[in-house]
Design a protein. Structure first.
Lengths: 543, 158
């Protein structure tokens, strides 16, 4: 069963982990640089600077690893939860190969230090045109995988009129629809502004407009990362804990709200931009608070589902059920630790979103401290946990569970220390995306030294955890002799409550999504297009 | 509608109440107490900014006693703020005007709420009143090339 889909997800994981192995390699180097141990001179001439490494770290981890894993994993979830193969598997394969071509095209200038522009690619820093074309082609490939999922889902609905699709397939398709809609911003930035400019067809670029289009995609991007973890938290982890999904309907409601609210909030990344009026920033601040609501719903629903599991396993009392959760299962443990750490990440996110409070931390090291708890842990750590059942499921060979458990606890410990250091030094005023080991001598204080040492210690623990992760996966996939049969842990709803029709009807939701985006974005984008701002030529400032 | 568990309902009401309270807090802070994020000032041509207009001769200008405007031009390669040393008397009110002659930069005056992006084509402004003596570094907070970590200036209040 699902031979093609298994191959698809397998190859996506190979590409995802290959990218992660290079991208993550730079993480400890950055942490050590902050702590005063700069290894970059030793990497000449292969890696020209801290910033070339930082560019690879951001692009390979946050864009390439995530997108490969998500498109592969969700493809498999859609097919298996609907219990039907992909309608057009060739479209999924075409998407995969398109992503590979895009990646290779972008990898060349990245590795040659021709495109050390960080993952935000802010103009008027100008990389070679084929870097931008490669990144665009990569995103188009992920669209094709998304179309394949949407078509399969639509075919299922046609064949099962009036039936409610399984939560896992529904939530996966919502994620890909969200991705399709929100990436229109970066597609417009690349195709209309950046690529013609990098090709020399136009003399300059409107920097404020480009930033605005980038962040149109930039915030929903984090929900594209997060929602596949939520698919697992809602739709799989309860099963792993012998529980059931507490409220299937509220889970679906939360996913609709994510689709509705995660795009029209991009200005909260631009609170300190000169070209956007405070009133528009304030509107996006309120909408950003609104998108916390479905995450708060998620916290209750997932915790209730796991509590039900803990009690089924014999847990008693107010908190006694927590002890009975399957803490011996590395797949479960990694994801449960990830969601606990996400509580801290979410709290930090509320601070970031809080309009004028944001002035204290904007562009400081607090921000990478925050997103290493969210994308670096809630998301990446959950994906690691998912791979701890998914890889044995695909290969039929067991992983070394004890090593994987060590990996999980070390990741949690390392990330808490590392991230605490970055949050702290950020509150003290240290900028993000900066060689802090040098900056401390320029304008830091003694307290900065202590905080930066914490990032160094945390980064070292994360390096050990990362090495253990790759050991567990490679050993399990290629060297393990122990045969094992692992089922996909699809959780069932706790009640047989009928999902109301308005949670099954796409049209009104999609109309609302576009209406809200137009209200939140159209006037400002029209204003920026027509304001007559001077264009900037390109600059290369990283050699 | 649909069935919602009683405890979940209570939780939902609390969640909404918390978000409403936060909204009220940032609204009061922003619009009653005046702790505000930057808004558009004027458009600047980055191609001529170093040769014409106020940014060709950046620096401090006294508008009235205790009231200053400070024009700062950010440049990469070499990575510098022009000027990078400024001195004002205690209790001065300074309006910062900053723009870029090349790539994107950031501007953060340490230990204050003066924090904004510096973009080519745009002027960033915020106003701050200095009520404490000391050195306030202003640092570049956006990656602007390999010399970014050395890009800063110091405003001295005496």
């Amino acid at each position: 069963m699902f031979k093609t889909e298994k191959k698809l997800v397998g190859w996506h994981i190979v590409l995802a982990l290959s990218s992660l192995s290079i991208g993550a390699f730079f993480g400890p180097l950055q942490a050590w640089e902050h702590a005063g141990w700069n290894l970059y001179p030793a990497m000449q001439p292969y890696i020209a600077s801290y910033y070339q490494g930082l560019t690879l770290h951001g692009i390979l981890n946050a864009l390439v690893f995530t997108t490969f894993f998500i498109t592969g994993f969700l493809t498999y979830v859609v097919a298996t939860s609907l219990d039907r193969p992909m309608r057009y598997p060739k479209l999924s394969w075409a998407g995969f190969f398109t992503m590979v071509v895009g990646l290779l095209l972008a990898a060349v200038p990245l590795l040659l230090n021709l495109a050390s522009v960080l993952y935000t690619m802010y103009p008027p820093m100008m990389a070679p045109w084929y870097f931008y074309v490669g990144m665009t082609v990569f995103v188009v490939g992920s669209w094709m995988s998304g179309w394949s999922m949407m078509i399969t889902f639509a075919t299922w609905r046609k064949d099962n009129p009036g039936a409610t699709p399984p939560f896992q397939a529904f939530a996966s398709v919502i994620t890909m629809v969200l991705w399709q809609i929100c990436t229109l911003g970066i597609a417009a930035e690349m195709l209309i502004l950046v690529i013609p400019w990098a090709l020399g067809l136009v003399p300059g670029i409107d920097v404020q407009l480009a930033r605005t289009l980038f962040w149109f995609t930039g915030h929903p991007l984090v929900y594209f990362w997060l929602l596949p973890a939520y698919v697992s938290w809602y739709g799989m982890m309860p099963k792993q804990a012998d529980g059931k999904l507490f409220s299937d309907t509220m889970a679906r409601f939360a996913f609709w709200l994510f689709l509705l609210l995660s795009t029209p909030i991009g200005f909260h990344h631009q609170y300190v931009d000169p070209g956007v009026p405070a009133g528009w920033k304030y509107l996006h601040a309120i909408l950003t608070y609104a998108v916390f609501f479905p995450s708060l719903l998620t916290a209750f629903n997932v915790a209730a589902s796991l509590e039900y599991g803990g009690r089924q396993r014999g847990g008693k009392g107010l908190l006694g059920w927590i002890k009975k959760l399957p803490w011996g299962d590395p797949s479960y443990t990694a994801q449960n630790l990830a969601m606990i750490i996400f509580i801290l990440g979410g709290a930090g996110g509320v601070i970031n979103a809080s309009y004028n409070v944001n002035l204290v931390i904007h562009n400081t090291a607090w921000v990478p401290g925050h997103f290493h708890l969210t994308v670096g842990t809630a998301v990446t750590f959950s994906f690691m946990g998912i791979m701890y059942w998914l890889v044995p499921h695909l290969t039929g060979k067991a992983i070394q569970r004890r090593v994987a458990l060590w990996q999980a606890w070390l990741w949690a410990a390392g990330m808490l220390i590392f991230s605490r250091g970055l949050h702290w030094i950020g509150l003290l005023g240290a900028p993000r995306r900066t060689m802090l080991g040098v900056a401390i001598d320029n304008y830091g204080t003694g307290e900065w030294q202590v905080a930066s040492m914490m990032t160094g210690v945390g980064g070292t623990i994360l390096l050990i955890s990362g090495l253990l992760f790759f050991y567990v996966i490679i050993h399990g996939a290629f060297f393990s002799k122990e045969e094992v049969v692992v089922e996909i842990p699809f959780a069932e709803p706790l009640t047989d409550e009928v999902v109301p029709a308005w949670l099954n009807n796409w049209k009104p939701w999609l109309i609302a999504v576009f209406a809200l985006i137009i209200i939140a974005y159209a006037p400002m984008i029209i204003n920026l297009v027509t304001d007559g701002a001077a264009f900037s030529p390109g600059f290369v400032v990283w050699k | 509608m649909m069935h919602i568990d009683r405890l979940e309902k209570i939780y939902i009401y609390i969640s909404i109440a918390v978000l409403v309270i936060f909204t009220i807090a940032i609204t009061i802070a922003g619009f009653a107490l005046g702790i505000q994020v930057p808004s558009p000032s004027q458009l600047i041509d980055p191609n001529t900014v170093a040769s014409t207009g106020p940014y060709s001769e950046p620096g401090l200008r006294e508008l009235s006693p205790g009231n200053y405007e400070l024009y700062i031009r950010a440049e990469a390669s070499p990575w510098r703020f022009y000027p990078d040393e400024v001195t004002v008397p205690l209790n001065s009110t300074v309006t910062f005007h900053v723009t870029s002659a090349d790539v994107q930069h950031g501007f953060k005056l340490q230990d204050t709420n003066v924090n904004f992006m510096v973009l080519p084509g745009q002027e960033s402004t915020l106003t701050y009143t200095f009520t404490e003596i000391g050195d306030y570094p202003y640092i570049c907070t956006e990656y602007c090339g390999v010399g970014h970590q050395n890009m800063y200036g110091v405003l001295t209040v005496e």
